[in-house]
Design a protein around this ligand. Structure first.
Ligand code: MN
Length: 242
């Protein structure tokens, strides 16, 4: 997919959670070797003059410089607003982005769920706890991390969560709130939710949620006229020899 994009891209933006679990320890983690072919490809693309950006997600925020130095990508830990071809784009993985005013949007039960996720997110971002986890032997840390990721994957498979509608989907509500506050963007682009969404808001903004890169292989393309379109990559077509 990356090689296909590299044929005519100026920049490539990956919206995070490309890894089930990514953590950089103080000691050497031999299991990272399995990503060598991916990293070689990214390095080659970067070397060819294409800017490659990575937005960390909630499964791979624990990079402390390693991912950038292994690949040459620019790693972003926070959402970014960029301007390309006359359009303004808000780019973020999407975890933790909820409308500020939870009470007016959600019933109490949903508010509780969101607050629970926010607490967990604070724990995951805590620098002291990150320091402690970095001291663990990679084998132990990975067992915990991959175990957690597998549990959440199973939960999602057992209980898939399709588009909740524009009055309930947190990322849509977040974008609407931004527009209301006067922070206009032409496109809001997110990952995180594993659903494909291309939604036009009233004020001309569009919310794009990119599906995934294991079933739907979704990507968005912004051409030099500023038109944005969604596509699905078909791996078989170009990778019969892989
Ligand atoms: Mn995510």
């Amino acid at each position: 997919m990356l090689e296909m994009m590299a044929e005519d891209a100026v920049s490539i933006y990956m919206m995070g959670d490309m890894f089930d679990f990514w953590f950089e320890y103080y000691s050497r983690d031999k299991s990272k070797k399995e990503f060598a072919p991916l990293f070689r490809t990214i390095r080659r693309i970067v070397k060819s003059g294409i800017h490659v950006h990575y937005f960390t997600g909630n499964h791979d925020m624990w990079t402390f410089g390693g991912l950038a130095s292994l690949t040459g990508m620019e790693v972003h830990y926070d959402p970014c607003t960029i301007k390309r071809y006359g359009k303004t784009l808000y780019l973020a993985h999407g975890d933790g982005l909820t409308p500020f005013d939870l009470e007016s949007f959600y019933p109490r039960e949903v508010q509780r769920k969101i607050k629970h996720f926010q607490t967990l997110r604070k724990i995951f971002h805590n620098e002291f706890l990150q320091f402690c986890f970095r001291c663990l032997p990679p084998k132990v840390g990975n067992k915990i991390g991959y175990g957690w990721a597998a549990r959440s994957r199973r939960k999602e498979l057992d209980n898939p969560c399709p588009f909740k509608g524009e009055n309930n989907e947190e990322l849509v509500l977040f974008a609407k709130e931004e527009e209301k506050l006067g922070n206009h963007r032409d496109f809001y682009i997110f990952g995180h939710r594993h659903i494909e969404l291309d939604l036009q808001l009233e004020k001309g903004a569009r919310v794009i949620i990119l599906g995934d890169c294991f079933r739907q292989w979704t990507y968005a393309k912004l051409d030099h006229h500023g038109n944005l379109s969604l596509h699905n990559f078909e791996p078989e077509e170009t990778h019969q020899d892989a």
